[in-house]
Each structure stands twice: as structure tokens, then as C-alpha cells.
Design a binder for this molecule. Structure first.
Ligand code: TXA
Ligand code: MG
Length: 330
């Protein structure tokens, strides 16, 4: 299959691009599209066959459910049940936006592989003009995980999607770089108090300001994780990645140590280290692109420097720890 990329953030025949995307989705095929967090791999959430193509293209384990995207709160309310006043308040406060709510699904709407057989569904209204226009024209719920190969960093550019999905999907809508750069916060509204299953740009404090106390899931205690995706290693570059405290002396010593062994080293940091073989920037919106750039180098080892302030930044630290599989350089 040939993968076509069409640019939709400039004035190039946009109407035609959307019509083409809608036709492809209605025929049960996949279209990749930008959201404000990362690119998604979309399929009609009511069509089992279409959704199974997402799992195939990503190499995603079947027990990991997908997030459903809709164009508005009103549409979402047609697909879910037992919506608490806290859930409604979250929709009003954060939608469209980077917050996925886990709610009880209305039965017999979604294909069973969307929810991986669970009675709940993760649902959100994305805050991106391309995603919203596509959803409005499609008038169907769109199941869409991040558009990367399973285990790889999520795509923040159309070219990342192309790299992972070339010849596996027919169409990528290119809306430029995604603004936030990491995936949405996932909030489980079926427990009381609600639980953050995956930290993201929408912070615990912001949510608590609207609905009061929420819990953070430590994500490692139970054998049956509430958010099935969190048990898989994620976001990993090919070369081994180690976290290191952001101390100039310490990092320079580490670089020297690695290079003395005849190996090359990439550093992902807010600061540049001219002695390193490769340097890439570190921030929420650049992390995934930096991890992918490491894959394009011949670096044998990657260091990511962790600022003390970053440890308070749940979401970025969460992604870094997963990418490094919790390894620290020593
Ligand atoms: O920002 C995002 O959320 C992006 C864009 C494309 O919207 N999507 C995304 O989807 O990150 P994905 O499939 O890569 O991550 C979905 C996460 C997984 O950790 C999954 O386990 C969890 O949401 N999830 C989905 N449905 C769930 C459910 N019913 N119960 C618990 N967790 C669920
Ligand atoms: Mg993902």
C-alpha cells in the first residue's frame, strides 16, 4: 500500500483532503491525523475490522484499549453512561483538550476491540483544528491511539508517522508539529476519588481545582493494571537510554567515560555539551522528536539530564523514566 501525505495546515485544496480522509475512514481504512498532543492513527470506532487494522499497523497488544475521539461534549454524552457531575465539570473545564476521561461505555456502540473487552471507554475531544474538522465531517467516533509503532516514541510530526507507518496506511494528514508533544492525561472517572492513570499536560493540580481530590496511580502495584497500556515499556529509542542528574561535572565525566571505551554518546538536555557526539533538546514538546533523532545517529548510548524541577513535572518525568526503563547512569 502506498502511503500518501497531504498537508492540511496551508491553503492547499483542504476541502478535497478532508473528503478523501472521510471516504477512506468510512470505507474501513486508517487515516493518521494531528491532535494537539501527538499524531493519532484513526479508524471508525464502530467498525471491528477497521479497528483491528490499527492494532496490526502498530503491532499493538490486543489487551491495550484505544482512546475514542469525538467532536464535542454533546457527542461524547451519546456514547457513555452514568456520567457523574465531576465528569461533566471536567468536560466543561478541559474539552476540547488534552484530557481523556474513562467512563462507562454505552453498550453496543463501540467495536469490542476498541475497549479491549472492558465496559469502560477512554474518550476525549481533541483541541486541534484538523482533528475537529475531520470529526465534524466524519460524524463517527474515531478510535485513535498514538500513530507510532508500539513501543516507539509517539509522533509529533507527520514525518514521524511516515517513518513508522509507511506502506501500512493509505493517508496521513499533515498539520505540522503538534503543540504539546506528549499524550493526554488519562483520568479514570469510574472510581471515587477519580484516578490519574497517565499523567499529561493537564496536571493533577488543574484537575483538583475543578473537582477536588484525585489520586495518582502508581501504576505498578496491581497485576491487572487499570490502564492496560501503562504496563508496556514505551517511548524507547533504540540505543540504551540512561537518566542522569543535571550536573555539568557529572555529565562531562559520564561523556568522557563512555568515549574512552570507544563508544559514541548522545545527550538530551536543556544545556549543550560540545564534547558529546550528539546533542538534542529536552522539553515536553521536544522530547519525542529528540528520542527519534537519536535513532538516526550511530550513538551507542544516550543520556537524558534530569533537572530537579522536572521531577515535579509528573508528565515529562513519567515519559523519561519509561524511555529509560528507569535506568540511571552511574
Ligand atoms: O494524547 C493522546 O491521548 C493520544 C492522541 C492521539 O489522542 N492518544 C494516545 O492513545 O495516547 P494511546 O492508545 O497511545 O494511549 C491510550 C492510553 C493507554 O495507556 C490505554 O491503556 C489507556 O489510554 N486506556 C484507553 N482506554 C482505557 C480504558 N477503558 N480503561 C483504562 N485505560 C484506558
Ligand atoms: Mg501510545
Amino acid at each position: 500500500m502506498k502511503t500518501k501525505i497531504v498537508v492540511v495546515d496551508k491553503n492547499v485544496d483542504e476541502e478535497k483532503s478532508y473528503t478523501q480522509a472521510v471516504d477512506i475512514l468510512k470505507s474501513g481504512e486508517i487515516v493518521a491525523f494531528p491532535t494537539e498532543t501527538v499524531y493519532g492513527l484513526g479508524a471508525d470506532a464502530t467498525n471491528f475490522e477497521a479497528v483491528s487494522k490499527i492494532f496490526e499497523a502498530k503491532g499493538r497488544p490486543a489487551d491495550n484499549p484505544l482512546i475514542v475521539h469525538v467532536d464535542s461534549k454533546e457527542t461524547a454524552l451519546r456514547y457513555v453512561q452514568e456520567v457523574s457531575s465531576k465528569a461533566l465539570d471536567c468536560m466543561d473545564a478541559f474539552w476540547p483538550g488534552a484530557l481523556t476521561l474513562i467512563l462507562k461505555a454505552e453498550p453496543e456502540i463501540f467495536a469490542s476491540n476498541v475497549t479491549a473487552g472492558l465496559q469502560t471507554v477512554g474518550i476525549r475531544v481533541p483541541n486541534h483544528p484538523v482533528a475537529l474538522t475531520l470529526l465534524q465531517k466524519l460524524q463517527l467516533p474515531l478510535a485513535a491511539p498514538s500513530a507510532n509503532t508500539s513501543g516507539k516514541p509517539s509522533p509529533t510530526l507527520a514525518e514521524h508517522v511516515f517513518h513508522d507507518m509507511e506502506s501500512k496506511i493509505p493517508l496521513i494528514l499533515d498539520g505540522g508539529a503538534t503543540e504539546i508533544g506528549i499524550e493526554s492525561t488519562v483520568l479514570d472517572m469510574t472510581s471515587e476519588p477519580p484516578v490519574i492513570l497517565r499523567p499529561g499536560k493537564v496536571s493533577k493540580e488543574q484537575i483538583e481545582a475543578v473537582i477536588g481530590t484525585v489520586r495518582s496511580s502508581s501504576g505498578n502495584t496491581s497485576n491487572v493494571p487499570k490502564s492496560p497500556g501503562m504496563k508496556y515499556m514505551h517511548y524507547a529509542p533504540t540505543a540504551p537510554l540512561y537518566l542522569i542528574e543535571n550536573e555539568k561535572g557529572l555529565i562531562e565525566k559520564a561523556i568522557e567515560y563512555v568515549q574512552e571505551k570507544g563508544k559514541s554518546i548522545a545527550v538530551i538536555s536543556e544545556t549543550e555539551y560540545p564534547m558529546a557526539d550528539f546533542n538534542f533538546p529536552l522539553s515536553m514538546d521536544s522530547l519525542y522528536a529528540s528520542l527519534r533523532k537519536c535513532d538516526l545517529t550511530d550513538a551507542d548510548l544516550i543520556l537524558a539530564s534530569v533537572e530537579s524541577g522536572m521531577k515535579e513535572n509528573d508528565a515529562l518525568m513519567n515519559r523519561l523514566e519509561k524511555a529509560a526503563d528507569h535506568k540511571w547512569f552511574s
